[in-house]
Design a protein around this ligand. Structure first.
Ligand code: NAD
Length: 425
């Protein structure tokens, strides 16, 4: 899907429709609905950076802080041409629900820079990142707003953010600020396993779904849109359950092989090919617009928002959609999918392994500890199973779909907090 199309369809409109529907179903307090309908802070920065050719370019960066009733704002930074204030708003709002649903002491924030990182050298990206961090200044902080990786940002970028941020602090307090950002590389205070936390969580929800429906994942054919952090790790863990990857789409093209595509071979190829799948051998190249129509059992969107729409929802063959991405399904499409009996594990549950992994990294840094990957994955598995069961039980109680019930679990937590504390003054 082209960048301009994504902007026009509007993730913000989508998240607000989902929110208002859930608020209606549960009967959310009117005042709290008003509070949660708006964002607390919206920061837009314009900052200059010197390019490799000596010329100056001015970039625009965003950080939207939706709500912090439950704790510091938390959410990723995205480097992509579709980043704008509406996208940052929508993604920040989803983070509030996600953190609340997972029972984490966080609110929701999101941001990024409106750029195509492909067009810049590594050293330019470093200067852009550092200058963006400097421009955000004390609008972020380890107990205020904690960014993390998202589309086109990675542990290296997080390390530059942490280094720039702590460099603005006095030497004796630098180590106290390391957790200003999560998703860092291990040597810079990162958590073992944070890289795979989101994909691991996606598969944990798929396993819970299979258990609920009394199905086996052995032999299930699945397709993945986006083969970055979330898409690859989801495939890595789903393969271990005996499922077979038959189709992948990314920004460079769409590949298909009925006999199966080995995720480890594909990621090795991507690592040597600027992260892209184009040119991977022994697969059929297919038209990207047919991707969602592929005959498969499980579909994992793990790229951008608003990919599953009323235009393609009628043709989806999968029995399950596990939303690795944020906001991949719009409201019109979901109505069609539900009417067709297709299960959807909603994003705020399905990809919550990422923010939960980030929480463990944050705790590890706060306590100056180093946690073991095996313990982290056990904690994640347990947390996601609990959230999944809660969403299913709440859906039964309210006689509603899983997305609405996931929202209700989150909103009940926020409503309780506001009711107990009141609104200052
Ligand atoms: P990434 O940058 O590692 O990977 C993004 C992938 O999407 C790449 O393979 C890219 O080629 C592909 N892509 C980009 N444009 C596309 C297009 N138009 N069509 C098809 N594919 C396209 O990003 P990521 O961290 O894996 O994030 C993917 C999604 O998961 C995003 O929606 C993000 O918000 C969400 N998410 C990420 C995390 C995390 O921990 N990284 C956590 C929760 C949710």
């Amino acid at each position: 899907m082209k960048a301009e199309t994504i902007k026009k369809t509007g993730m913000y409109e989508n998240v607000m429709k989902q929110f208002n529907h859930a608020a209606d179903v549960m009967g959310l307090d009117e005042g709290i609905r008003k509070i949660l309908s708006s964002t607390n802070n919206e920061i837009v920065v314009h900052f200059p950076v010197k390019m490799d050719n000596g010329k100056i370019e001015v970039f625009t960066g965003y950080r939207v802080q939706h709500n912090n009733a439950l704790g510091p704002y938390k959410g990723g930074l995205r480097y992509h041409p579709t980043v704008d204030i509406d996208a940052a708003r929508a993604l920040a709002i989803w983070m509030t629900w996600k953190s609340a649903l997972a029972g984490l002491p966080y609110g929701g924030g999101k941001g990024g820079i409106e750029i195509d990182p492909e067009k810049y050298s590594i050293s330019e990206l470093e200067r852009i990142t550092r200058r963006f961090t400097y421009a955000l200044g004390d609008n972020i902080g380890p107990d205020l707003d904690i960014p993390a990786p998202d589309v086109n940002t990675n542990p290296q970028i997080m390390a530059w953010i942490a280094d720039t941020y702590v460099s603005t602090k006095s030497p004796s307090t630098r180590h106290l600020n390391l957790h200003v950002v999560t998703g860092k590389p291990i040597g810079s205070g990162g958590l073992e396993g944070r890289d795979r936390a989101t994909g691991f969580g996606v598969v944990a929800t798929i396993k819970s779904w299979a258990k609920l429906k009394n199905k086996t994942l052995e032999g299930k054919r699945y397709i993945v849109q986006g083969f970055g952090n979330v898409g690859y790790w989801a495939a890595h863990f789903l393969e271990k359950e005996g499922a077979k990857l038959i189709g992948v789409q990314d920004a460079s093209g769409t590949i298909y092989n009925e006999e199966g595509i080995n995720p480890e071979d594909l990621i090795q190829y991507c690592d040597a090919n600027r992260g892209l799948i184009a040119g991977f051998p022994n697969v059929e190249l297919i038209d990207g617009s047919n991707f969602f129509e592929l005959d498969c059992d499980i579909l994992i969107p793990a790229a951008l928002g608003n990919q599953i729409t009323a235009e393609n929802a009628h043709f989806i063959k999968a029995e399950l959609i596990a939303e690795g991405a944020n906001g991949p399904t719009n409201v019109d499409a979901e109505e069609i999918l539900l009417a067709r009996g297709i299960d959807v594990i909603p994003d705020i549950l399905c990809n919550s392994g990422g923010v939960t992994g980030s929480y463990y990294e944050w705790l590890q840094n706060k306590r100056s500890e180093n946690w073991k990957i095996s313990a982290i994955l056990d904690l994640l598995q347990d947390k996601i199973e609990t959230a999944f069961d809660k969403v299913v039980a709440t859906a039964e109680f309210y006689k509603t779909d899983w997305r609405t019930s996931a929202y209700i679990v989150a909103l009940l937590r926020l409503e309780q907090t506001y009711k107990e504390r009141g609104v200052f003054p």
